[in-house]
Design a protein around this ligand. Sequence first.
Ligand SMILES: O=C[C@H](O)[C@H](O)[C@H](O)COP(=O)(O)O
Length: 227
Amino acid sequence: MDQNELKAQVGAEAVKYVKDGMIVGLGTGSTVRYMVDALGKRVQEEGLHIVGVTTSTRTTKQAESLGITIKDIDDVDHIDLCIDGADQVDDDFNGIKGGGGALLWEKIVNNASVKKIWIVDQSKLCHRIGAFGVPVEVIPFGAQHVFNRFVKKGYKPQWRMTDDNKKYRTDENNYIIDLKVGEIADPHALAEDLIHTVGVVEHGLFLNRVDMVIVGRDNGPEVLQAK
Ligand SMILES: O=C[C@H](O)[C@H](O)[C@H](O)COP(=O)(O)O
């Protein structure tokens, strides 16, 4: 199976966990896109009643176009189930997210969710996260100083750029700096350091934040439960 088929496979598998009446957190990314399509199909064909809370304007647009009711996160008091993608997941279920720039809203939705599922194709699994750069969302004011600080710390920062060579802007109009740190020996220590850096809004290290990972494999989806 090619990567897109694996993404479609886990997208279809994940929506089986959505039950009538649920408030569902909808992640962002190319894998989630398949999941939202599959969820839209259930809404249209089975009359499934759910409310979605999205993690990006992209996902809002897609979900609404499929007839999924969307509410603002502050108009719900909790989210029953969040289904999101990830860029890397390690043996301890630590993840890196934010390859699509949605890490801030994703972490807020993750925080408000009772149950959390990630959907990934098999290429995303690793022993230690870090080969995929860690995205860090920073406010524009003084962002170059934050960048310079990361250089001094040896975090090998790179500005996230758009195709037309402008600094990428998130849904909150912030910048993203990707840290090309390589395999991370202590992700908790790095997370602590990043979140205490003035100017940093959030980072893409998602540690102890998932209950189940559905992995797309050639012989069918594999469900991994967090210990
Ligand atoms: O900001 C984007 C999200 O964290 C995505 O869930 C993550 O980057 C994985 O995306 P994809 O399914 O496209 O690989």
